[in-house]
Design a protein. Sequence first.
Length: 375
Amino acid sequence: MDEVRGSGGIARVQYPYGDAAWLVTGYEDVRTVYSQKAFSRTGMSQDTAPRLTAGLLLQGGIGSLDDSIHTKLRRVIGRELTAGRMTALRATAEALMTRRLAELERSAATDYVSAVAKPFSLNVLGELVGIPEAEQPEVADWVSALLTDASVADAGARGADAALQDLGKYVLRLIADRKAAPTGDFVSDLVRHGDDLAKWELVTVVFALIVGGYESSAHMLSKLVLRLLLSPDLCSELRAHPDRIPGAVDELLRTIALAGGEGLPWRVREPIRLGGVDLVPGDYVVPAIGAANLDPAVYTDPERIDPARSAKPHLAFGYGTRYCLGSQIARMELEVGIGTLLRDYPGVRLAVAPEQVRWHSGSAVWQLAELPVCL
């Protein structure tokens, strides 16, 4: 990335799958990709769109819809994620995190990923969307299959196509159930207030919340905890000043990539000049979010975690009309996860040497295989 940044912040690269693309690393240039109509997430081919892993779904989500539909669905989701709902969800999340950590402390297990982060994120999602706890493990399996690299999947593993079908059927049934017997969850309110939504739009919203609201949050929480356990001074600061946790979460999000630092591919639909390069319709660009968030032209000493940093907002959740609608939920989960751990378990530490922490490959989400901890 330093070499690309030094040569203007944009370079032609060939990904393992799909066509060549322009890799964009500068903060301002990445914001341009997210905000200018010259770039689009629609109309991309599964065969030609550049990407790091094979077989991943590139189309069908909210972010890849036509601009007008995308804006409409964003408005609907924002309308239902009220302050009252978020306050109640935070209270539930705090109770869930306390429960998960206590269960880990009582058991012989040490893996934070499987015992805490994953079930916590899944339980919070279930509370929001209205997925019964008994059904949550199967939903989690479908989401994991959708994000798994098809080129490394075991022969016996559920394929992405089958998972897509099964999760789609589940979402349809969930919506039908809430229409017949509304409760107080997000889907019930979406159905109750969504007279202006077509059936496929309802399905798209619920599907997006489920796919985007589980693994990404769970694995980001695990990575943030690892970074904290490797930063004792930061842990001490946050224990002494818990009001700094939101700022620390923002800084950790800025410096820890969700998916190896690379964003999703975008297609150029109008001629535009970016980073000194003339792009033409049909070109692909890939905004490197991780690199943009470490741009020294924007962030002084960019790799340092500073909870009080005053600078331009990071791009971990995107930008502009493509800003992640689940960001407030993700932030809340991370703040609750870190705050509860530091408050209730001041002696928490890694159970292995840092170099023994294992990472998992073959997924769209950059993730730890496990995180052994001692509470």
